[in-house]
Design a protein around this ligand. Structure first.
Ligand SMILES: [Zn+2]
Length: 289
């Protein structure tokens, strides 16, 4: 998909913006490419999250962006030139996500309204996680290879599945569940820095890794954690073990992917091509650990 963006205040040539996939699905990552002659740098946002553009050898700018799972028929963004007066708006058309529905039975402590002490704990944990998501924008991209799955195991629940909890409460499953027995290894899906290690009410023992430039992955419900905040991890490194901690019906790994505050389908990360400046060192993937 190539679109001439509507440019405002343009003094020089106007930008050509393209993205892949051409019509991204609700709750997925996309790749953006912008050709804008005569500019020296580019900044922007998509769906309210900062974009981190990198320039390739031809002068084109590339970035990863995210489409929220509840996005309407399109998401909009803004681009502006580094130090210049030019700016442009983009609108990316979105395809609806088809999602299955599944019923789950959970212990009462996870479905009854929490008492005030528990509500305070849950709120504090949400804040801590939200602060970690925001910090994913702080540093540059730390990865150069394709992302690799955190486990070699069957997927037992897809992203976006609608959930009926104990016949009533509805929620949406915003991650990918991998089958596993307690103690089996969980591996970092790419290079990054551990931003948060928690033992939370809903998420159980969990690790949040920032891959830089907005991207973050999280690994939930583990029985053990083998990394600490501040550690640099590499793709395939064991960071913990499958468990059944937090709100679960049994042992498994819940893996989630976030771009800033937007949670997306991990499958869209596994198929995300590394940015072009690294293509030379990341040929079509071995995807080995
Ligand atoms: Zn899950």
């Amino acid at each position: 998909m190539v679109a001439a963006a509507s440019a405002a205040g343009a003094q020089g040539p106007t930008p050509a913006v393209s993205w892949y996939p051409a019509r991204p699905t609700q709750g997925s990552l996309i790749r953006l490419a912008v050709t804008w002659p005569e500019i020296s740098g580019l900044d922007g946002t998509l769906a309210g999250e900062r974009l981190h553009f990198e320039r390739d050898s031809t002068g084109a700018f590339h970035a990863v962006g995210a489409v929220p799972v509840d996005a309407d028929s399109s998401v909009t963004g803004n681009l502006w030139t580094d130090g210049g007066p030019d700016s442009a708006r983009i609108a990316v058309p979105i395809a609806a996500r088809r999602s299955r529905s599944e019923s789950l039975r959970l212990g009462r402590e996870y479905t009854e309204p929490p008492d005030s002490a528990l509500a305070a704990r849950i709120a504090a944990e949400r804040r801590e996680i939200g602060q970690a998501f925001a910090r994913a924008h702080d540093g540059p991209r730390l990865w150069s290879l394709w992302f690799s799955p955190p486990r070699r195991a069957p997927i037992t629940s897809d992203f976006g599945t609608r959930r009926v909890l104990n016949g009533a409460t509805r929620s949406r499953h915003l991650g990918l569940d991998y089958d596993g027995n307690v103690g089996e290894p969980v591996r970092a899906t790419n290079r990054g820095v551990v931003l948060l290690v928690g033992d939370f009410f809903y998420n159980g023992k969990c690790v949040y890794i920032s891959h830089g430039a907005g991207l973050m992955t999280a690994y939930l419900h583990m029985s053990a954690v083998q990394v600490s905040v501040g550690d640099t991890v590499v793709r395939g490194q064991a960071i913990g073990a499958v468990g059944a901690t937090g709100r679960v019906t049994g042992p498994h790994l819940h893996w989630s992917v976030h771009y800033g505050g937007i949670t997306v389908d991990p499958m869209s990360l596994l198929s995300l091509r590394p940015l072009p400046s690294f293509d030379a060192e990341a040929p079509d993937d071995p995807r080995i650990w």
